[in-house]
Every structure is written in C-alpha cells, then in structure tokens.
Ligand binder design. Structure first.
Ligand code: NDP
Length: 271
C-alpha cells in the first residue's frame, strides 16, 4: 500500500499541496498518496493523532495551526525550534517530530530560482508574524549585510529582532522608521495583500535593482506587487515559488529525495 501523507489546515479547500506532492511523486517514482484534511479549529491535535494512528507517515500543517503543531511535537529540528512553528510533521515509533521548511523554501526560491543572492545584501522583511519568523533564520544563514524587520506593530518587529540577534545582523522597527533607507531585496511577509492593502512604505525603500517579493500569490499581481510595479521596481515575484520549494523540502525530509521544482512550478503557473 502507498505511504500516506496529508496537509492539515482550516480552511484547506484551496490548498495546492496535494497537486504539488502528486507531481513530485510522479516525477520521482515515490509510492505515496497525499490528501488535504480539514481540522476543526479546536481539533488539530486530534486530527493529527487520528491520521498517524491510521498509518499516516507525515503531514504538512498550514494556517492557523503552525504554532499549535510546534507545541504538539515530541522533538523539533533546529530550524523549527528557531522559528517557534512547525509546518512539517513526521510520525515514527509513536513520536511526532516537527520541522519547518517555509524559510528554506523562501530562500531556495530567492537564491536558486530568482538568482538573487542574499550574501552581502540589504534585506527588508515586512511583517513580524509566523511567516516572517520562519523566514528569518534561513535568510540570516545566507550572511546578508543587514536585515531590517518592519511591522505595523513596531514592538513585535523589535522583539523578533532580539530573538534572532545572535544569528545575524538584524534590527526591528515600524514602517515610518525606514525613511532614508534602501534595500536590495524587499520581502512582504505581512497579511496586508489578503485585504488588498499595502504596508505604508516611505519612498526610496527599493534600491534601483531591487527585487520585490510577496509571500502571497494568486492570479496576477498582489496589491504589494502592483504597488512596486507602479514605483518602477524592475524585479517582482509572488510566493508560489516559495510554496513549491517548501513542499519540496518537506518531500526531502520525508523521502530523502529532492524533486525538481521548476517543472512543477511551471505546471502550476500554467494551470
Ligand atoms: P500572521 O497572521 O502570523 O502575521 C500577519 C502579519 O501581517 C503581522 O506582522 C501583521 O502586523 C501584518 N499585517 C496584517 N494586516 C496588515 C495590514 N493591513 N497592513 C500591514 N501589516 C499587516 O500571518 P503569517 O505570517 O502566517 O502570513 C503572512 C503572509 O504570508 C500571508 O499572506 C500568507 O498567505 C503568506 N505565506 C505564504 C507562504 C508561501 O508558501 N508562499 C507560507 C506562509 C505564509 P501586526 O503585527 O501589526 O498585526
């Protein structure tokens, strides 16, 4: 029988993860099935345990359960511990092991797919929620010149910067404090695009060759990417590449095989 995996979230109906993992399995010849599972908001732990008890080998975790998943695990990878959140669960010998592949997925998309090295660059990370927290460790590992976290609630950005102070050069602030600064890579990890809004950035935060990256994705430009395009920012990318790369990293954690992501990304873009 095929090995079973799933993604657990609420809502989950629009998840692209089953399609992505089906393409990975076909490409690599791995014998597995991967489904989407809706967990009630107060029933995440029960849903995970039921899936593991039914023979599931692993699960991805999405909104809003990544922090609860962290607390549920018996053991964590270093990157999950740093992020304080888990998006990849592995079940073995009655234990639940948690990993976090979101940040690695973002960095792989930036560095390999978008040919945007981070070493020696100035990186602006907008937002201080779970996605920003997951991204910081892998970004800092690439040895950027500086990372600034800017958030609507400045204190959350400052706290996050303190948490990562030993990992690399990082500072937290509010959006208005960015006046006079410019960055080579600007990553939007806020949920503002979901509401069609754009964080109020001072003029000049995008350096002339900057990449504007929105973790959100959908049809056409997100609000953030449309704003960057109006400002004349030359290089724009949405978060679909991050989604595929975090999935590939999870696939590697489970199966020890790294899928070729570019054809899968192309198939999703064409769909
Ligand atoms: P959280 O709810 O944990 O954090 C939300 C963040 O957005 C906070 O920093 C919040 O600021 C800020 N924010 C919310 N609304 C606004 C607004 N109108 N203007 C400015 N800032 C705002 O969300 P996540 O971190 O989990 O997710 C953030 C985004 O990343 C989502 O769009 C999500 O879809 C995307 N994502 C994409 C992934 C991918 O694979 N491509 C993976 C994970 C996430 P404050 O602290 O002031 O409330």
């Amino acid at each position: 029988m095929s090995d079973r995996y799933c993604v657990i979230g609420n809502p989950i109906g629009h998840s692209k993860s089953p399609a992505i993992h089906a393409l990975f399995a076909r490409q690599t010849g791995e014998d597995l099935v991967y489904e989407a599972r809706l967990a009630p908001l107060d029933g995440f732990a029960a849903a995970v345990r039921a899936f593991a008890a039914a023979g599931g080998r692993g699960a991805n975790v999405t909104v809003p359960f990544k922090e609860e998943a962290f607390r549920l695990c018996d053991a964590h990878s270093d990157r999950a511990r740093l992020a304080g959140a888990v998006n990849t669960l592995s079940f073995a010998d009655g234990r639940i092991v948690g990993d976090n592949t979101d940040g690695a997925g973002l960095v792989r998309d930036l560095v390999f797919n978008l040919k945007t090295p981070l070493a020696g660059r100035r990186v602006l990370l907008l937002g201080a929620g779970g996605a920003a927290r997951g991204a910081l460790g892998p970004i800092l590992e690439r040895e950027p010149e500086a990372v600034v976290i800017a958030n609507r609630t400045a204190a959350r950005a400052e706290d996050l910067a303190l948490h990562f102070a030993e990992v690399g050069p990082v500072r937290g602030c509010g959006f208005a404090d960015l006046t006079g600064e410019s960055f080579d890579v600007v990553v939007n990890a806020t949920a503002a695009s979901l509401a069609g809004e754009v964080p109020p950035l001072p003029e000049g935060v995008f350096s002339p060759d900057a990449l504007a990256y929105d973790m959100m994705y959908g049809k056409g430009d997100t609000a953030f990417l449309a704003h960057a395009r109006r400002l004349g920012v030359a290089r724009l990318a949405d978060g679909l590449g991050m989604l595929v790369e975090q999935a590939a990293e999870a696939f590697f954690v489970w199966r020890g095989v790294r899928p070729d992501t570019l054809p899968v990304l192309a198939a999703l873009r064409a769909a």
